[in-house]
Design a protein around this ligand. Structure first.
Ligand SMILES: Cc1cc2nc3c(=O)[nH]c(=O)nc-3n(C[C@H](O)[C@H](O)[C@H](O)COP(=O)(O)OP(=O)(O)OC[C@H]3O[C@@H](n4cnc5c(N)ncnc54)[C@H](O)[C@@H]3O)c2cc1C
Length: 502
């Protein structure tokens, strides 16, 4: 790198790309270092067997459980990060998610250090940047919006419109999911679902097609791909003095005035821990011993509601949500979680998890099934953590709040049976799928119990921000990406005012 940039952003996923968009036009010279490359548009991008059975896009790395067993995580390293594969459900956290919430079984989700109203304007800007499709008024838990959604909802396919009616008939309130998908563009490219499929064209609104595209329109912002950051270095006053990365086989160092770490909740924590030095023996940003702790990842299950009389011929399926049991179980019991459609599940996708069954038999099942995703809050606990041992990521995810998830699954089975699905099957997602990883550098008001302040600035290093899903103090029970994006825009505004204007 010829001259030193003002800012380096590490990672081009939801946090990194969105903060880059928020800093566009500021006059700062910004370099984004991204470990991955651009996703190529090949036939594999449309091939469910390649994606789900053969793990074509999964990383060639293992993470480890505390017992030493390795597993290949569903964590994606491409320009745009995990959002290239995401389901593009762009929910706001509910207003209630910012206050303490008690769950069946006694678990308590703590209050955020900021209120919903503080983030509300930034949610609106994030919805505009990610061109969210949605409709206000249908979701019984929708928090206040000062702006409507920028685009009308993605339409239900005919079979899903009938599912909506069935659910309404049993007293539920299905609503249109807020989605970052331009359905005409997506289907023009290929007649496949988008959930967990890579976005190689422009149909999905992801960190690359929205955040990064906005950022790179500024000639002062550049992207370096294949640039994997190895460690951060510190100097006087504990300032970050260098970012060491590998690119094309060479080890390089860059020394910006400001570093923004956005490598994702597991990798950001891992990088800071692996950067331990004499001044910071427990790792960077870690005087409080909070880095890597409070790892959360949602308790989630797949549920197939099967009606042998009703074939499901949908292509994408994923347009309905149910929050009837989000704030209580519908009978005066505690909060349980969110229910949303999965992307359409085919026999080829099912086969990845039910290896013993022939694909034709799974096609028969999936041809009559409507596929749902049940999601309950995972609570922040210090013993649930990411650590680094011999340079390797060790993930000790300790699930919490399973009573709420079991009750959500039971309630869902009950209402789907009432809605005319005689067979309802469910399966818990395991820990190798860290799709909603978060919380490993939580923000807070107290440097003793948080790694970042409420603007995502490190308490320990005056020129380090961490802007990705690590800052989330709670996981709530909705998908995280829009909240990451909203906070990224809020932090970008803060940096423009407080770091660049001086
Ligand atoms: C299959 C799937 C479906 C999902 N569906 C949804 C959904 O519908 N709605 C939703 O809200 N969320 C969804 N998510 C989650 C969502 O994608 C993440 O919450 C979001 O992308 C997190 O943003 P991030 O910035 O924390 O990390 P990421 O988006 O993962 O970005 C991290 C970036 O850092 C890069 N990086 C990592 N290490 C280094 C390094 N050492 N040097 C340089 N670069 C590095 C990575 O390559 C990556 O580009 C889904 C995730 C998956 C996997």
């Amino acid at each position: 790198m010829k001259s030193q940039p003002d800012i380096v952003i590490i990672g081009s996923g939801m946090g990194g790309a969105t903060i880059a968009a928020g800093l566009a036009g500021s006059g700062a010279r910004i370099v984004i270092l991204e470990k991955g490359e651009h996703l190529a548009d090949t036939p594999k991008a449309r091939d469910a067997r390649a994606i789900f059975q053969r793990g074509h896009y999964r990383p060639k790395e293992n993470w480890f459980s505390p017992d030493g067993s390795g597993f290949n995580p569903g964590n994606y390293y491409y320009v745009g990060g995990n959002s290239k594969f995401y389901g593009a459900v762009l929910f706001r956290y509910r207003k209630e998610d910012f206050a303490a919430m008690e769950f069946p079984g006694g678990g308590v989700s703590p209050a955020w250090p900021i209120a919903y109203d503080e983030l509300e304007p930034w949610y609106g800007k994030a919805e505009a940047l990610y061109r969210v499709r949605g409709a206000l008024g249908g979701d019984p838990t929708e928090p206040p919006h000062s702006n409507p959604y920028p685009h009308p909802p993605v339409p239900d396919e005919p079979v899903i419109a009938r599912v909506r009616e069935r659910l309404q008939r049993v007293g539920l309130k299905p609503f249109s999911l807020p989605l970052g998908v331009d359905i005409e563009t997506w289907l023009a490219h290929a007649k496949i679902p988008w959930d967990a499929f890579p976005n190689t064209a422009a149909g999905k609104m992801d960190a690359e097609t929205c955040g990064l595209a906005t950022a790179l329109a500024d000639p002062d912002i550049t992207l370096e791909t294949g640039a994997e950051v190895q460690r951060l270095e510190t100097a006087a006053a504990n300032r970050i003095s260098g970012i060491v990365y590998r690119q094309n086989g060479a080890e390089l160092t860059v020394s910006p005035k400001l570093t923004i770490l956005s490598a994702g909740a597991v990798k950001s924590a891992g990088l800071l821990l692996a950067s331990a030095n004499d001044a910071n023996p427990n790792g960077l940003a870690n005087a409080s011993d909070q880095v890597g702790r409070h790892f959360m990842n949602h308790n989630s299950s797949a549920l197939l509601a099967i009606d042998p009389r009703e074939p499901n011929d949908s292509v994408y399926q994923k347009t309905l949500g149910l929050n009837d049991f989000y704030l209580d179980d519908g009978r005066g019991g505690g909060p349980l979680g969110n229910i949303q459609l999965l992307g359409r599940v085919s026999g080829a996708i099912l086969k990845a998890n039910v290896k013993w069954a022939p694909e034709w038999a799974l096609d028969l099942v999936s041809g009559r099934a409507v596929d749902w995703y049940l999601m309950s809050e995972d609570l922040p606990r210090p013993e649930s953590r990411v650590s680094v041992r011999d340079g390797r990521i060790v993930l000790d995810w300790q699930r919490s709040n399973m009573i709420a998830h079991q009750r959500l699954t039971a309630r869902a089975k009950e209402v789907f049976r009432a809605a005319g699905y005689p067979i309802v099957l469910s399966r818990l997602f395991d820990g190798r799928t860290p799709s909603h990883q978060c919380g490993t550098l939580r923000m807070g008001c107290d440097p003793a119990t948080s790694a970042l302040d409420t603007m995502c600035k490190s308490w320990d290093h005056p020129n380090l921000y961490v802007v990705d899903a690590s800052f989330l103090p709670t996981s709530a029970a909705v998908n995280p990406a829009l909240t990451v994006a909203a906070q990224a825009l809020r932090t970008a505004h803060h940096i423009r005012e407080k770091e660049l204007a001086v």
